[in-house]
Design a protein around this ligand. Structure first.
Ligand SMILES: Nc1ncnc2c1ncn2[C@@H]1O[C@H](COP(=O)(O)OP(=O)(O)OP(=O)(O)O)[C@@H](O)[C@H]1O
Length: 458
């Protein structure tokens, strides 16, 4: 099989499976090609890491602290007027990246250049005037509106925060304009209502009115339709597209839902474990995804045609612990095409044994685990595993040979450089891993060694 071909692999990926009824994608609002647009915001090597303190007992014993690399080296030029989708599984870092772009979470490192300033270097006071140009639309419109504040006060709130209105009457008039602009007409019917009196779709319109009232340039919309009824989802996206054209907005659209990303976005960036692994024009990524993870994501989208058989293969592992990301390419433990430079390490050997014993059953597990020993000791990033088994070393070498012969297509074997036995110790050495960087594959940028001419299999 050609690993760079676009046929999707067999990994199963967790995604929101519900599809929204969507109208036909509208033509782009301007004749200017998306990639000819000027840059609105330039993000360079952005990192947002969270230090976890661990339990008091763990700290007492000298451990417990860990770092979650929620965003880990993102480079991105956001173009004025585009809709950029951030797509990925839960925990891939989409929300953290979106919030970092607005200065809502501090960057650990890197640069966010906007309006001639580096947002990553500004403190909260310095960020404040920028915030009216950078707004967020949250997933849950019910939680986003204060239940005791009427709609006109809630929508006008940002104007007051930024000192952009002189009187209450002026705030109310501006709120009425914004409310009408988002399709809540006549505005008088909504101004004095409390959120509880509005439907979910109406509330999200009010939230959008609040987001546009200060004249922003960028809206980060975090799953803005996922909590709404199917019947109103498409209407909210259509409204957002209209607002983009009328108000010259740029959107970052965060979603699990590839169907809406396909409809709504000019470009999509696929995130995995804090990094963008693929980015490019939406149509091209959907037609010919380059990264095995993107291929798996697209394969996981339910097919509306009941006649078409979509394989439902078992997932090959879960998304890894963000506090201990895999070495090299963080997708390699799940990737059916992983090969020599992808970053093999001790815990991949452990995962191979776990898969083997799950497949072959209890008897094999009992016999082989007694020989291999505690898998818990095969942990973390080590370029080699040393298993001290005394005079049973030849048996263990035979077991590893047998495991390879049983499943020669298992990618791990391509990463094993050598298996040696010496003085009662079996040493499994792995090939050195390389961190994949985003590089061009046609109009798409992809972080995968399969597309690196210097590394890909000949
Ligand atoms: N305040 C925090 N403290 C510690 N870890 C955090 C914090 N916020 C996020 N994380 C971790 O960072 C990683 C990325 O989380 P994030 O919410 O950005 O992902 P996501 O792709 O938006 O997920 P979802 O789709 O579920 O919202 C996860 O491992 C998450 O547990």
């Amino acid at each position: 099989m050609d690993p760079t071909a676009s046929s999707p692999p067999t990994a199963a990926i967790h995604l929101c499976g519900r599809r929204s009824p969507l109208p036909t994608k509208p033509e782009p609002s301007t004749a200017v090609e998306s990639d000819a647009r000027p840059t609105l915001m330039d993000i360079r090597d952005l990192r947002v890491h969270y230090e976890l303190r661990g339990s008091a007992l763990a700290r007492l014993l000298g451990g417990g602290g860990a770092t979650v690399k929620a965003v880990d080296g993102v480079n991105l030029a956001l173009r004025r007027g585009e809709v950029l989708g951030l797509v990925g599984e839960s925990g891939s870092g989409k929300t953290t990246l979106g919030r970092a772009l607005l200065g809502l979470v501090p960057a650990t490192a890197g640069h966010i250049t906007y309006g001639g300033q580096d947002l990553a270097e500004l403190n909260q006071r310095q960020l404040r005037p920028m915030r009216r140009r950078l707004q967020m639309v949250f997933q849950d419109p019910h939680a986003a509106l204060n239940p005791s504040m009427d709609i006109s006060t809630a929508v006008a709130h940002p104007l007051r925060i930024h000192g952009l209105v002189g009187s209450r009457a002026e705030g109310r008039a501006r709120a009425a304009e914004a409310i009408e602009r988002v399709g809540l007409v006549p505005a008088e019917q909504f101004l004095d209502k409390l959120p509880v009196e509005l439907s979910g779709g109406q509330k999200q319109r009010a939230v959008i009115a609040r987001a546009i009232i200060c004249g922003p340039e960028l809206l980060v919309a975090d799953e803005p339709i996922s909590m709404l009824d199917m019947s109103v989802r498409a209407k909210i996206l259509e409204l957002m597209l209209e607002l983009r054209a009328d108000l010259d907005l740029t959107y970052v659209y965060i979603t699990h839902d590839l169907a809406t990303a396909k409809f709504f976005c000019d470009r999509v960036a696929i995130m995995y474990m804090g990094r963008i692994v693929e980015i490019g024009p939406t149509d091209e990524i959907f037609a010919d995804p380059k990264h095995p993870y993107t291929q798996a994501l697209l394969r996981a989208v339910p097919d509306p045609d009941p006649e078409r058989q979509v394989p439902r293969d078992l997932p090959r592992g879960e998304i890894a612990d963000a506090a201990a990301p895999p070495h090299g390419c963080s997708f390699h433990p799940r990737c059916p095409y992983a090969f020599e430079p992808c970053g093999w390490e001790a815990r991949d050997l452990r995962a191979m044994f776990e898969r083997r014993w799950t497949e072959l059953g209890e008897e094999v597990w009992e016999r082989e685990s007694a020989l291999v020993g505690e898998l818990d000791e095969i942990e973390g990033y080590q370029e080699q595993v040393r298993l001290k088994v005394g005079d049973r070393a030849p048996e263990l070498v035979s077991l590893l040979d047998e495991a390879r012969a049983h499943d020669p297509d298992e990618p791990l074997w391509r990463g094993v450089e050598s298996i040696d036995s010496d003085d009662g110790t079996v040493t499994v050495r792995f090939r050195a891993g390389v961190d994949p960087a985003l590089g061009p594959a046609g109009n798409i940028d992809v972080a995968c060694h399969l597309h690196n001419p210097e590394l890909r299999p000949k």
